[in-house]
Design a protein. Structure first.
Length: 449
């Protein structure tokens, strides 16, 4: 695949082509036809035209490369500044004092929350200690895995019993009546039994007079469950009797017995679930839960405070590590940019050298024709023919070369400065890690209280 030439390369190729060289020679022949040609003390207009064409291309070369070279030089200087600058000013914000100041600010913001939670924890803990002492309690309170789940179970029991009631009350009763009796009986059976189960906890009370509440609750629950389910059975018998005496058969008796036993079973289960909804000692579950919740809130707040403080210290450590890595990155980028700069200036010098050679070749061809024919006609060759031709000195290339030499010469200084700065960062990070391991825990404890 043929490489596409750039506009500069196309102009150089055209300028140095055989066709253009022949055109210059032809121009020299035409100039020889003129009287008094090549007799002055300075180059004629044809040479001036060749010179102007080469200078124009030289300007285009400068326009093409000087901007890129200038940007690369500027990039190198910026990167050098990062490497050479003392890192002490940057390390101030990552010092132990700066970290402590930021942590103290976090502690100040957390103080109202901490004070409120600590006061609440002291209050409920005081109440818990008094309650435990008054009732000879030492261990933690029993509580269900989820109060919400317990109430869901009770609701399921009620729905199942209501469904069973409606199924067995279908004989002789209308749907609304059957539904009303079934739902009312089911929810009363489960609800009242569960409530009496909660009262049954008083059987564990330290005071004998209070323990009687538990005995009465058990007796009341048994009587209520038996009476309620007996009432449902009687209601079913009455409804069926009114509907048709023949409907009371062996199947009816079996169904009624099942309905009666199901109602009693669900009542007893609800009573048991009500008893286990909280700690078996009355009142202990609530006061213990208050303390437990206050303790969890306090611990969560303390954990959040510690995490915030840990994040501050960790961020300082990461920033120190990043600064160390950045110095290596800057040094590598300097070398890369320096290589790009050398490559760019080398290409610029190459094209300018080709342009100079082309310029000298064109002038040499032009003067060569003149020399040959002036000698044959016994005319002297102008003195300026012996003066070598050159393009004007390009200060931009010279400055770029000087910059490359400067970058090369300061390599040792940059490396030493990078080493010194990296060592400062390493020392600062070691100080921070040692502080975190030794003094940081006591600081957090003191600030949180």
């Amino acid at each position: 695949m043929q490489t596409r030439l750039t506009p500069i390369e196309e102009q150089l190729a055209e300028l140095s082509s055989v066709e253009h060289m022949e055109a210059v020679k032809q121009t020299a022949f035409r100039e020889l036809q003129k009287p008094g040609s090549f007799s002055g003390h300075a180059p004629d207009g044809n040479e001036a035209e060749i010179h102007a064409e080469c200078v124009r291309i030289d300007i285009e070369l400068s326009n093409r490369y000087s901007k890129d070279v200038s940007e690369l030089v500027n990039d190198v200087r910026i990167l050098e500044a990062h490497v050479k600058d003392d890192v002490d000013h940057a390390l101030v914000s990552l010092s132990i004092a700066a970290v402590q100041s930021e942590i103290s600010a976090i502690a100040g913001q957390s103080k109202p929350t901490h004070t409120s939670l600590a006061e609440r924890l002291r209050t409920v803990q005081h109440d818990l200690k008094i309650f435990q002492g008054a009732n000879s309690l030492t261990g933690p309170a029993d509580s269900p895995a989820s109060v919400t789940a317990a109430f869901i179970y009770l609701a399921i029991f009620a729905v199942l019993e209501a469904f069973a009631n409606m199924l067995f009350l279908r004989t002789g009763s209308s749907v609304p009546v059957a539904s009303l009796i079934a739902i009312s009986a089911a929810f009363m059976n489960v609800g009242v039994s569960a409530f009496l189960g909660t009262v049954y906890r008083f059987k564990n009370h330290v005071i004998s007079t209070e323990r009687r509440k538990g005995a009465w609750a058990l007796l009341g629950a048994l009587l209520f469950i038996l009476l309620l389910n007996t009432g449902v059975a009687i209601a079913r018998l009455v409804i069926a009797q009114d509907f048709s005496p023949k409907s009371i058969n062996s199947v009816f008796v079996v169904e009624s017995t099942i309905l009666y036993l199901v109602g009693i079973l669900f009542g007893l289960i609800a009573f048991r679930k009500g008893y286990t909804l909280d700690d078996r000692y009355p009142g202990y579950g609530k006061i213990y839960s208050n303390w437990l919740n206050a303790q969890h809130e306090y611990d969560d707040a303390e954990e959040s405070f510690r995490k915030s403080c840990d994040a501050i210290v960790s961020r300082a450590e990461r920033n120190l590590a990043m600064q160390h890595e950045e110095l290596d990155s800057y040094a590598k980028r300097i070398e890369k940019t320096h290589d790009d700069l050398r490559s760019k200036v080398s290409a610029w010098r190459h094209y300018r050298s080709s342009l100079t050679q082309t310029y000298q070749g064109l002038i040499s061809a032009y003067r060569g024709i003149a020399k040959a024919f002036l000698a044959n006609s016994n005319r002297s060759v102008p003195e300026y023919f012996s003066v070598p031709v050159e393009l004007p000195d390009n200060a931009l290339i010279r400055d770029a070369n000087d910059e490359i030499q400067r970058i090369d010469s300061e390599s040792g200084i940059r490396n030493e400065r990078k080493r010194v700065n990296q060592q400062k960062i390493i020392d600062k990070r070691s100080e921070l890690l040692n502080w975190r391991a030794t003094k940081y825990p006591s600081l957090i404890k003191a600030l949180w209280g």
